[in-house]
Ligand binder design. Sequence first.
Ligand SMILES: [Zn+2]
Ligand SMILES: [Zn+2]
Length: 284
Amino acid sequence: MNLSKSKTFLTYLGIAIISMAGVYSCTSSDDDGGITTDDGDGTGTTELHAAFADFDSNNVTIMLSGTTVIIESNGLPNHTSPYWSNTTARSAVDPMGNTLTTPAAAVNHPLYVDPTVTSFANMAPGNIDDFNGSYSLTIPASPTLATSSSSTGLGAIGIAVSGSMIYNDEEGPNVPLDSAVGSLDYTAAHTGPQSYHYHLEPKAFSDDDDALVGIIGDGFFIYGRKCNSTGTYPTDLDASGGHTSTTQHTTTAEYHYHIENTTYLNQYYIIFPGDYQGIPNNIQ
Ligand SMILES: [Zn+2]
Ligand SMILES: [Zn+2]
C-alpha cells in the first residue's frame, strides 16, 4: 500500500514536472503533502490535492493541467472479488427474461476469491476482466458548491480509490437496488452493463472508518462513515452527507462527503444516495 501510494505520488510529481517544462516557476511540497505548481497563466497557483495519492496508481492516472484535474481509470479494482474471472460458469436471468451465461475461464484470476456473501447463483453476469474499461473524469482542481443541488443518474457517479466506479442507490431504470443486493460481493460491488461498481460501503477499503473512498463527479472527495476531524461519525452533515471540515488530507477545512451512516436493509450503508452539491461532471 505504501509502495502504491508513493508510486502515485511519483506519477503526479512527474506529470507536474513535465507540465512545467518551459515554464519559469518552481515546484514545492506544501504542508499537506500536495504538489504546488504555478499554472503559468499568471492567475496563481494550482495544487493537486494530497488525497489523490490514495488512488491506486496501477489503475488510476491523475493529471494536473492548469486549474483542471483529469482522472483516468481502467475501471479495475485493486482488490479481490468473486467477480474476477474464474473456473465456474454461471448464468443469470435479466429483467427481460433473457438468460445470460458467464463462461468459465481456464484458470482463476489471481485476485479471484470464492463468493461469500453472494453466490454463483445470485451473481450478476460478466466478470471484471470482461469489461475493457476506460473512464475519464475532468474536474476543477478547486471544486465549488453549486447554488442548487442536482440529482445523480444511472452509471458511474464517482471513481473509487481502487480504480472501480461508484454508483448511486439505483440498479437501473425502475430497478431498485433492493432486488440486486443479493448479487453484491463482500465489498458491495458487482458487475453491471458497463463495469464492476460499488453501491454500498466498500469494505475492501472502508469499513466503519474515515478512509478515503473516492471522488464524486462534482469533484468532492467522499470518505468513510467517520471523519478524521473528530475521529467519529459527523453530526453536521447536509442532505448529501457532506460538510466542511479538515480531513487527514488537509489542514484547511474543505467540503467533502461521507458514506451515509444510516442502515439500509438493516445492515448496509449506501455510499452516496443524495444529490450532487457541486457542479456535476460526466464520467465517460
Ligand atoms: Zn449495480
Ligand atoms: Zn468529514
